[in-house]
Design a protein around this ligand. Structure first.
Ligand SMILES: Nc1ncnc2c1ncn2[C@@H]1O[C@H](COP(=O)(O)OP(=O)(O)OP(=O)(O)O)[C@@H](O)[C@H]1O
Ligand SMILES: [Mg+2]
Length: 239
């Protein structure tokens, strides 16, 4: 299908802990359409970050296959995967992953190191991205000088700076108060409107219910690939 961005087929991940294998994702099959908004939900330890890391080509599946824009990711070299990631995917981590010894402008510019732009253009692009999340007057500030919500917005600006087709976010509102969380959610809604494909891990069922698709995980198993009925989602969550 031409509007399919990602296809996961029996996607599995087992972490090896010494002699014990931890089965974090078990044979998940689903598709992600271009321009869609997908929420991944499930209790702690259900495999949400594991799945997101596989979709972001940050980690490799131990079984099953993943197709990205028609390319079978398993058959690509690490270099090719890195290139796809650098050009197509913006990742927003649960714990920000900012570089503490760099100001926020340099943090965002760092993301653009692989781009063909010269330094002046990279600076301009980074400033635009920080402006778009309301941090245009904080360029010289260091991550430690910012609130949690502001740090999360820096990490969003960093992901947006390269104008990726796909934006992956791991609990982007999880550590924020409700007002900062609403601000961050508005940014995602606006990005979706602009045609970006968004996949977001969230504990917030209201956020999940406004998505086009819900992937519900329980103990590494994909229970459901689509319901935006909050009451139904609650059942999955609390059972
Ligand atoms: N690097 C790792 N090595 C070994 N086990 C891991 C590793 N990462 C995750 N796991 C295990 O895999 C399972 C799924 O973890 P994952 O981080 O995907 O859960 P999660 O749904 O994101 O949880 P949370 O909501 O707490 O962030 C858990 O049992 C976890 O302990
Ligand atoms: Mg997680």
């Amino acid at each position: 299908m031409s509007d399919c961005l990602i296809e996961a087929n029996q996607l599995s991940k087992t972490y090896q802990m010494g002699k014990v294998g931890v089965s974090a994702l078990k044979k998940a099959s689903f598709t992600i359409q271009k321009g869609s908004f997908t929420a991944i939900i499930g209790t702690s330890g259900s495999g949400k970050s594991t799945l997101l890391n596989l979709l972001g080509l940050i980690d490799h599946p131990t079984d099953g296959s993943l197709t990205f824009k028609g390319l079978n990711v398993n058959q690509l070299s690490n270099y090719e995967q890195t290139k796809i990631r650098a050009e197509n995917i913006g990742f927003i981590f649960q714990s920000f992953h900012l570089v503490p010894v760099m100001n926020i402008l340099d943090n965002v510019m760092l993301q653009l190191s692989f781009s063909k732009k010269d330094k002046k253009q990279r600076k301009k692009t980074a400033i635009q991205a920080l402006n778009s999340v309301g941090l245009g007057t904080y360029l010289q500030h260091y991550p430690a000088d910012l609130s949690g919500g502001q740090r999360q917005r820096v990490s969003i600006a960093r992901a947006l700076s390269k104008d990726p087709d796909l934006i992956l976010a791991d609990e982007p509102t999880g550590s924020l108060d409700s007002k900062s969380g609403a601000g961050v959610l508005d940014i995602f809604k606006a990005l979706h409107k602009r045609g970006k494909t968004i996949i977001i891990v969230t504990h917030d069922l209201e956020i999940a219910s406004i998505a086009n698709q819900q992937l519900v995980l329980k103990d590494g198993e994909l229970l459901e690939t689509n319901t935006n009925d909050v009451e139904q989602l609650k059942k999955y969550y609390y059972r």
